[in-house]
Design a protein around this ligand. Structure first.
Ligand code: TYD
Length: 228
């Protein structure tokens, strides 16, 4: 490998990388927080992050991305801003955490970009995958959970909860349906990594399904482990 390529290759990892995904309002952030708590309670070193954001630079990019005043933003600009935020998060937080053996719980990651910018916005899927390869610095989650629910139900919750739509939520129901379909396609394509979790029911019911979907990773959740 050339010296340059080696310098940019993902660091060796001893930790576990988990990402939670889904359409706006699916309850993913609540589940990401609760999962991180369960893992911490089991004594693990857990790092919780969210996208876009998660670093000082990334939070500034988040502000630009979600500001309804930025309605003129073109799809390509949007794609690159998500990738820019991600690259900073990977280099500054995720890689070091994995290298020291932590569990990283990420509220959205590169599958969001595929679902929203390729599925939702309609950008070329191959192009978005290439951008994802760069923005993720080649670091993929060990397991990705797609919290799935009908787009209409989820969008109603998202807009109701925040008292108004942000720039992405304002794209509407047909957009969120395309996002959901793209997520389901990803799960079919890569079932070893991407698992669909039914997001209907109470938070506790969903949490149980989340733990089940993490089986096989050697984490102290799921089968045989009581929920506290
Ligand atoms: P946020 O308020 O964090 O929504 P949620 O709680 O549903 O995660 O806003 C993030 C928005 O950005 C959300 O609508 C999804 C969108 N998004 C993309 O379009 N592409 C991406 O790559 C990422 C990470 C998020």
């Amino acid at each position: 490998m050339a010296a340059d390529a080696a310098a940019h290759a993902p660091a060796r990892r001893g930790g576990t990388f988990l990402s939670l995904e889904g359409v706006d309002g699916c309850g993913k952030s609540t589940q990401a927080r609760a999962l991180a708590e369960r893992l911490r309670a089991a004594g693990l070193d857990v790092v919780s992050v969210r996208e876009p954001g998660g670093t000082a630079l990334g939070e500034k990019i988040r502000g630009i991305l979600l500001d309804p005043a930025n309605g003129a933003m073109c799809d390509e600009c949007e794609l690159l801003l998500y990738e820019a935020s991600r690259a900073q998060l990977v280099r500054e937080v995720i890689e070091p955490a994995l290298a020291r053996g932590a569990v990283v719980v990420c509220d959205r990651y590169l599958d969001s970009t595929f679902a929203y910018q390729a599925g939702g916005r309609g950008l070329d899927a191959g192009l978005v995958r290439s951008c994802n390869a760069l923005g993720s610095c080649g670091v993929l989650p060990d397991r990705t959970l797609v919290l799935d629910m009908p787009a209409r139900e989820a969008l109603g919750r998202a807009v109701g909860a925040s008292g108004g739509a942000d720039r992405i939520e304002a794209a509407g129901l047909a957009f969120q349906r395309r996002v959901r379909d793209a997520y389901l396609g990803l799960a079919q394509e890569d079932p070893a990594r991407v698992r669909v979790v039914d997001a209907s029911g109470t938070p506790d019911e969903v949490a149980r399904r989340v733990d089940e979907a993490l089986a096989g990773l050697g984490l102290p959740v799921g089968e045989g482990v009581r929920h506290g």
